[in-house]
Design a protein around this ligand. Structure first.
Ligand code: DX5
Ligand code: ZN
Length: 229
């Protein structure tokens, strides 16, 4: 994976048809998705349960772009190798998921993946200051994690602060939750480059009507790009 700060759209398959993940992934990639975002939830760190390593491994052959795995689980460390074996390109853990995120990020890189750290809305930007040199991506949650389709929480001040803390370091700022053509320009202008979008990409489309995914992706991308140019 080469690094750049161009806008990347990462559809979250949390909003896909759960009986048809392979075809859904192929459809969003054919329609212009840059990355595929996979939300792993444990029913404990967040009040919802999705899928684990065997499912993620089954998605892998369908993902030709970047498999971006967002862990909303605790503990994280016992599962890092399983997600490496499942083929994750980026593995993101929440800073709130344990006392030793520094060690977790080292372990993710040691297992051969890019390391991401996610911040809940209540966690300040400063919390990651001493983790940045171990980090390839900071995920700023703009909803409380657990469900798709929630209302966007404005975190633009936090994003701006992170962007300035990061400086020239090759670290992505990813935004997750409530991203749509209205909110995308706000976060892009503040310095985000990876936009996760679940409901805004999947709404109105299906594998039999994939052009809608393409139009939805394009709408988020053009809104974001218009704020950065
Ligand atoms: C929230 C997940 C998100 C979610 C985004 O817990 O991490 O990735 O699927 O969904 P939307 O875009 O619908 O807010
Ligand atoms: Zn996510």
């Amino acid at each position: 994976m080469s690094f750049d700060r161009s806008i990347k759209i990462a559809p979250s398959i949390l909003s896909a048809d759960f009986a048809n993940f392979g075809a859904e992934i192929q459809a969003i990639e054919a329609q212009g998705a840059d990355w595929v975002h996979i939300d792993v939830m444990d029913g404990h760190f967040v009040p919802n349960l999705t899928f684990g390593p065997p499912a993620v491994k089954a998605f892998r052959p369908h993902v030709k772009t970047v498999m971006d795995v967002h862990l909303m689980i605790t503990p994280v460390d016992p599962y890092i190798q399983a997600y490496a074996d499942a083929g994750a390109d980026i593995l993101t853990a929440h800073i709130e998921a344990g006392a030793h995120t520094h060690r977790t990020l080292q372990a993710i890189r040691a297992a051969g993946m890019k390391a991401g750290v996610a911040l809940n809305p209540g966690t300040p930007a400063d919390a990651v200051e001493h983790l940045l040199d171990l980090t390839d991506l900071v995920c700023v949650m703009t909803v409380n994690p657990g469900f798709g389709g929630q209302k966007f929480i404005d975190m633009t001040n936090k994003i701006r602060k992170l962007r300035s803390m990061i400086g020239d370091r090759p670290i992505h700022i990813e935004i997750d939750g409530g991203v749509d053509p209205k909110t995308a320009p706000l976060v892009a202008a503040a310095g985000a480059d990876v936009l996760v979008a679940g409901s805004a990409v999947f709404k109105g489309g299906s594998v039999d009507n994939p052009d809608v995914y393409g139009a939805n992706i394009k709408a988020v991308r053009s809104a974001a790009e218009s704020a950065t140019s």
